[in-house]
Design a protein around this ligand. Structure first.
Ligand SMILES: Cc1cc2nc3c(=O)[nH]c(=O)nc-3n(C[C@H](O)[C@H](O)[C@H](O)COP(=O)(O)OP(=O)(O)OC[C@H]3O[C@@H](n4cnc5c(N)ncnc54)[C@H](O)[C@@H]3O)c2cc1C
Length: 506
């Protein structure tokens, strides 16, 4: 195994602001820790921050192995971009990697002295930084951890694609890398993010909006279709335009709903729902509407009400009956997503400008068929409210409608984990089933004691765990759970309720 050296200089990180290693690591009680490493698979936000929490809590002689198949550690899919126009869709004040240090990222930005040229935008709704800068922030945290633990080599980086995890008789696992490496580990934390969709064999249809195929050159005299009208579409439309495309982009979804724009949103108290409301989607939504009206009466924007739901979303999701959760996915989700996931104001301005000049058209319609042509695709669709189908000839279709169901994945690791029965799907089939302590659950329903998962792959259980403010809490909880397990105890706390009481989920 090769240890990677830090590749990006960690600039001006306020060490006083990093509570990672305040106590000597070796001071932590080391009751019979295994010397086999704890493996973290995936070094995007989830895996990187879970690793930092593990290093903070584990004794120094307990190695942590962070595995990543992409060329860079600590970036993940979202923060690997070098395009300064790709902005975070969450205010900088809510993007700290550490739940107990809410200003950590803002402080990092301040110390770094970045300006708008480097992708920092002061707006009426707060400060929005570029995703590339955020990637640098994450990498600087990882570099810092590598330096701090260099003396005892507690943190090791493994640049490999993990293709299998084989359970061993001793409670541990064997990791199998695509390079042929095999490593015995004491436990596994799965942080693989959103699984990329299987690519379409048609050269003009791109299933993966972040894949190489989506970025091939385009002819400006022919239309491009983006399926989806949410934040991924926004990113794509802005990127395509930035690459010099001057033709027409059509964005289509069933409702044709664009993500809303961030705006100043004062505090609004989290609503209290009755048991009956918690069991019924319609009653929940009716209450929420009332809450929005009540806020409006007091001059408070609806966004404040939506934001007030965040600390209890996971709890509400888990209490809704399965049939109601499915109903939400079918009918409610698209409305929820555009209210909940918002555009940074500079993005909203650019999208409005593109719509105004006619280079972007947002349509509501249902696609019935893609007909392959020699140099593109004829898209058959029915506009909402119309009876007749229409045909839209395009040079490329880019699918950006989000939410892949995990049973369709071709990811070798997930396929093998599922076929071995080490993990099972959540009830909706969105991701993996886990306990409140983030332990995986086997197909037979038993808990996998030394196997944890966090981030978007467990969104079917918690729903609200795809963005930094929620994942950072999970990352800390995973570390607590791992440490308890290594010490032979079971972490029985109800994490999400604790998060709620401490306000950690804000
Ligand atoms: C374009 C985009 C913009 C976003 N913007 C924001 C934002 O502004 N604010 C916000 O809070 N959230 C944002 N998000 C949500 C984002 O998903 C989370 O913030 C977070 O980055 C998720 O991190 P992750 O580590 O779980 O997943 P990922 O970033 O997907 O990282 C998973 C990592 O695991 C690696 N991996 C997967 N399988 C294996 C394997 N078998 N072996 C080795 N490595 C493996 C992958 O290569 C990848 O690097 C955005 C998401 C996207 C896609």
């Amino acid at each position: 195994m090769t240890d990677l050296q830090p590749t990006i200089e960690a600039r001006a990180i306020p060490q006083h602001g990093l509570p990672l290693f305040e106590e000597p690591l070796s001071a932590a009680p080391a009751a019979a820790p295994s010397k086999r490493p704890i493996a973290v698979i995936g070094a995007g936000f989830s895996g990187t921050i879970a690793t930092l929490h593990l290093l903070k809590r584990l004794p120094a002689d307990q190695p942590v192995l962070l595995c990543e198949r992409a060329p860079e550690f600590a970036r993940g899919v979202a923060y690997a971009t070098g395009n300064a126009e790709h902005l975070l869709n969450v205010r900088a004040t809510n993007m700290s990697a550490l739940a107990d240090e809410p200003q950590h990222f803002s402080e990092w930005l301040r110390m770094r002295g970045t300006d708008a040229h480097e992708g920092v935008h002061e707006t009426d709704a707060g400060l929005f930084a570029s995703r590339g800068l955020y990637g640098q922030y994450l990498r600087s945290l990882l570099d810092f951890a590598m330096r701090e633990t260099a003396g005892h080599a507690q943190l090791r980086l493994m640049p490999d694609d993990i293709t299998d995890v084989v359970p061993l008789g001793n409670g541990g696992f064997e990791l199998v890398g695509a390079s042929g490496q095999k490593i015995e580990v004491a436990g596994v934390v799965l942080a693989v993010g959103n699984l990329p969709p299987e690519e379409n064999p048609n050269p003009y249809i791109c299933a993966n909006p972040w894949g190489e195929k989506a970025w091939r050159p385009l002819a400006s005299n022919r239309t491009v279709l983006i399926m989806g009208t949410g934040l991924t579409m926004v990113d794509l439309a802005i990127s395509i335009r930035r690459r010099g495309f001057t033709g027409k982009i059509v964005a289509m979804s069933r409702g044709g709903l664009l993500s809303s724009r961030h705006a100043p949103a004062p505090f609004w108290p989290t609503p209290q729902f009755t048991l009956a409301e918690e069991k019924s989607l319609s009653k929940l939504m009716a209450h929420l509407r009332e809450e929005v009206f009540a806020a409006a009466d007091e001059g408070v924007d609806w966004r404040a009400v939506i934001d007030s739901m965040r600390p209890i979303t996971a709890q509400l999701w888990s209490r809704l009956p399965l049939s109601e959760r499915r109903r939400f996915l079918r009918h409610g989700r698209r409305y929820w997503d555009v209210l909940r996931h918002r555009m940074a104001p500079p993005h909203a301005d650019l999208i409005a400008h593109m719509e105004g000049e006619g280079s972007l058209r947002v349509l509501a319609g249902r696609i019935s068929n893609f007909e392959a042509t020699p140099d593109g695709v004829n898209v058959h669709y029915r506009p909402r409210g119309a009876t007749q189908e229409r045909v839209l000839p395009v040079q490329r279709v880019i699918q950006a409608s989000g939410l892949e169901h995990i049973e369709r994945t071709r990811d070798p690791l997930i396929q093998r984990l599922l076929s071995r029965g080490i993990v099972k799907l959540d009830e909706q089939g969105l991701g993996l089933a886990v306990t409140d302590g983030l332990n995986a659950v086997r197909t037979d329903g038993s808990v996998v004691e030394r196997f944890w998962a966090l981030g978007p792959i467990v969104r079917g259980v918690f729903w609200e765990c795809i963005a930094v403010p929620d994942i950072r809490v999970q990352a800390s909880h995973v570390a607590v759970s791992v440490v308890s397990r290594l010490r032979g105890r079971c972490a029985t706390v109800e994490f999400y309720n604790i998060g709620r009481k401490q306000g950690l989920l804000f």
